[in-house]
Design a protein around this ligand. Structure first.
Ligand SMILES: [Zn+2]
Ligand SMILES: [Zn+2]
Length: 382
């Protein structure tokens, strides 16, 4: 299909209510002057999407999930084309955040903390694609598990470099999340970094830290296969915390504790351990989502007060897309190896089951919304 041929309807995967997903479709409206219509090539499946289906992140149903998307400009309004410098056929990443750009938080650059809550035009500002904009808000193209995505003026687009393969480009959002952790850490060249949690974002954070000129980079986790991969993403050393004492191992590697610790495992144990791995006056970035209402306790005097540890939560990807795209374009790390599984929209349940069961060496699964399975294959898969 040529990029200028827009179908009347877009197929999409919809979470209709908790624990229920259906394949559906919706009309694609004409593209307004301020808008872009993006044809989604690939969308990453994120643990967040599984939590959304389970009802752990509110109940914004019916919802089209998906916030890790890259695609191609299929149609663009005149005002959007001049404001964004984009044309039909350009490859783009679209940030998941739709900030208001006017509130105090947006104006200081922390648009991931947008405070606006304006339901004018049916679209609450400060919202996130694939997370909290229900499909009932016109035009219903607010998530990546869909052939097409609606991109209004509030959204942020980034043109992808020519020749950047899609299976590398699709990592832009998790890599942007990793870059935000480094900016929260105020990482300086030569500083030592420990990363806890070798999931996709943790592995990408190792690469980003290495590229940013970190000193020694250590990755800690519980699965040897992931830790071996971490070495290829910039780790100088790895620690399996089931087999070795993390504090002793880090001391042995660094001759002391770490300047910066980044926690991206999303469990309370890892957050507590992160504090213990940081040197006096060090910085600890907490970037792993633990799920709803998990209390984390620290020894206030012994671990925090007397050591002046900076605890720095890092939320989403704000400011991370530009360096992420630059690093992906350089291609120094085996990025595409992280994309271990590809599924069609019809196979979303299978993709979720694969991730939930940690099957078949899955690291990052992606969906190809434009791929339509033959009816027989679809039936056989059901
Ligand atoms: Zn994600
Ligand atoms: Zn705002």
């Amino acid at each position: 299909m040529s990029p200028t041929t827009i179908p009347a309807r877009s197929r999409q995967l919809v979470f209709t209510e908790r624990d229920t997903m259906v394949l559906s479709d919706i009309a694609i409206p004409p593209t307004g002057t301020d808008d872009v219509l993006v044809r989604i090539e690939l969308v990453g499946v994120c643990a967040t999407d599984l939590h959304l289906l389970a009802g752990h992140i509110g109940e914004p149903f019916p919802l089209v999930p998906g916030h890790e998307f890259v695609g191609e400009v299929a149609a663009i309004g005149a005002a959007a084309a001049s404001a964004r410098g984009l044309a039909v056929g350009d490859h783009v990443a679209v940030e998941m955040l739709l900030p208001c750009r006017a509130c105090a938080r947006c104006r200081e650059g922390r648009y991931n903390l947008c405070e606006a809550d304006d339901m004018a035009e049916g679209l609450s500002r400060g919202r996130q694609y694939g997370v909290n904009i229900p499909r009932s808000v016109e035009p219903g193209l607010w998530g990546g598990y869909s052939e097409y995505l609606h991109v209004p003026a509030a959204a942020t687009t980034h043109r992808l470099p020519d020749g950047l393969p899609w299976d590398r480009a699709v990592l832009v959002e998790p890599l942007a999340v990793a870059y935000r952790t480094l900016s929260r850490a105020r990482l300086s060249p030569g500083e030592s970094v420990v990363i806890i949690g070798p999931g996709p974002v943790g592995l990408l954070a190792a690469a980003a830290a290495r590229a940013a000129g970190a000193g020694r980079v250590i990755v800690a986790g519980t699965r040897d296969s992931r830790l071996e991969l971490a070495r290829r993403f910039g780790a100088d050393a790895v620690v399996n915390t089931r087999e070795a004492d993390a504090v002793a191992s880090v001391r042995a590697e660094l001759g002391g504790l770490a300047d910066v610790v980044i926690e991206i495992a999303g469990v309370a144990d890892a957050q507590q351990q992160a504090v213990r791995l940081a040197r006096r006056g060090g910085r600890v970035v907490l970037a792993g989502a633990c799920g709803s209402a998990v209390p984390v306790t620290f020894l206030a005097d012994e671990e925090l007060l007397t050591r002046e540890i900076d605890l720095l939560p890092s939320f989403l990807s704000a400011g991370g897309f530009e360096p992420a795209i630059a690093l992906l374009a350089r291609g120094e790390f085996p990025f595409a190896e992280l994309v271990t599984h590809r599924f069609a929209l019809e196979q979303t349940a299978e993709a979720f089951a694969t991730i939930a069961a940690r099957e078949a060496g899955v690291i990052k699964a992606v969906l190809e919304p434009g791929r339509v399975l033959p009816v027989e294959a679809n039936g056989a898969a059901a």
